[in-house]
Design a protein around this ligand. Structure first.
Ligand code: CUA
Length: 422
């Protein structure tokens, strides 16, 4: 009795606590929620979810209510009396077979219709993006515009995007919660997911995730999707098509005037022109860093074990030389326009300087993080292929210290070069 008395006193407190929790939840914003869809596919899935919850709740309340009623109403009231035993009731049997069948029809018809809609081929004029899952980063190729990028894509609002999902190693899964559902990227198999981002939403950044366990750094296999207006998208495309460049190319030096009387020297063979960008490409659209919402900026701190003098000034030209030096960065990375940088193992770095994050969304793309990443990536992300490059750094994969390697000044030069690749 004392127990039930205390229970009665505590009940209002419990109800108040639950209500306070529910109200507190309303005040938060959830950037990675699936419950505020911003595409047609997202809304179809949301509709199915709401319908399932609605009928599921009705069934739950009715069944649990009936159960509790029967347990109390027909309980054994005395040790001496056995309650009446009944078996079989045709009307009841028919009723509780027909009602679930009707409910299932209400759920199954829209579910099957949505499955057929979303498995159908994408409309012919869709924007195609080929997506390749890697351990642990994402490669994105725009075949209609002929460029490749990594871990960050722009898509135009109001135009259907057809993502062609493949994997280069193990099974990954592509998921942008606010835009669409999950779909696997499977080796030796092509999957599609297509949706049309809402045309009336604000230009913003959405977080994307790998949602199929794929090894050590599965939890650090993120990407960003930036939804922009069609004209901003067209502008961004022109920049992505431009070669990687770090500064306006120097004007060719005027040939020295020949000394009087001397035969003019034969003109030197023209050096191959450095890749350049047109003024339109230089002025092309990139979401300004100030407009990137905080939830899309990684806040992972770098490990204190990697020391670096952040005051060192880098030289981008020296960095480019290092980048394409024998067996260095160019063995794995491509910088479009540079014939010496065509590696295919790591992310394409043509415009890496304009990306929000590095290491597939794990660290913010700034000098302190990028320099330490180059120095000792393996200490910053478990299992990465990127080797430990800093001189005297301990490599946690080979369990050895790198005797030779890059000095801090060389790392600073590389950072200056990469940051300039906008
Ligand atoms: Cu890729 Cu999990």
């Amino acid at each position: 009795m004392i127990g039930s008395h205390r229970l009665r006193r505590l009940a209002p407190l419990g109800v108040a606590a639950v209500l306070a929790l529910a109200l507190a939840a309303c005040a938060q914003s959830y950037p990675n929620t699936t419950f505020t869809p911003h595409s047609d596919l997202g809304r179809s899935i949301d509709f199915l979810w709401n319908r399932l919850m609605f009928f599921g709740t009705i069934v739950f309340v009715l069944v649990e209510g009936a159960l509790i009623y029967v347990v109390i109403r027909y309980r054994r009231r005395s040790e001496d009396v056995t309650p009446p035993q009944t078996h079989g009731h045709v009307l009841l049997e028919i009723t509780w077979t027909l009602i679930p069948a009707a409910i299932l029809a209400f759920i199954a018809v829209p579910t099957v219709r949505t499955i057929f809609q979303t498995q159908a081929p994408a409309p012919a004029n869709s924007l195609v993006i080929e997506v390749y899952g890697h351990q642990w980063w994402w490669e994105f190729h725009y075949p209609q515009y002929n460029f490749t990028t990594a871990n960050e894509i722009y898509i135009p609002k109001g135009r259907t995007v057809d993502l062609v999902l493949r994997s280069k190693d193990v099974i990954h899964s592509f998921w942008v919660p606010q835009l669409a559902g999950k779909r696997d990227a499977i080796p030796n198999h092509t999957n599609h997911i297509w949706f049309t981002p809402d045309s009336n939403m604000a230009t913003t950044v959405w977080n994307g995730f790998c949602t199929e366990y794929c090894g050590d750094s599965h939890g650090e296999m993120h990407f960003r999707v930036v939804t922009v207006n069609p004209d901003q998208f067209a502008s961004w495309v022109t920049r992505q098509q431009a070669p990687g460049f770090f500064s306006p190319p120097p004007a060719p030096a005027a040939p020295a005037a020949p000394a009087a009387g001397a035969t003019p020297a034969a003109p030197a063979a023209p050096t191959p022109a450095a890749p350049t960008a047109t003024p339109a490409q230089l002025a092309a659209y990139i979401l300004p860093r100030a407009q990137v919402p905080d939830y899309a900026i990684p806040h992972t701190p770098f490990p204190d074990a990697i020391k670096f003098d952040d005051k060192l000034q880098g030289d981008p030209a020296a960095g480019e030389k290092l980048f394409v030096g024998a067996g260095t960065c160019n063995a794995c990375h491509t910088v479009a326009g540079n014939p010496l940088a065509v590696g295919m193992i790591g992310p394409n770095l043509t415009h890496v300087g304009s990306r929000i994050a590095i290491a597939a969304g794990m660290y913010v793309n700034d000098k302190p993080h990028l320099s330490r990443w180059i120095k000792n990536a393996r200490l910053m992300k478990s299992g990465v292929l990127m080797p430990t490059l800093g001189k005297g750094q301990y490599d946690p994969q080979t369990k050895a210290t790198t005797p030779s390697g890059l000095s801090d000044q060389q790392v600073a030069d590389l950072v200056a070069y990469l940051q300039a690749l906008k």
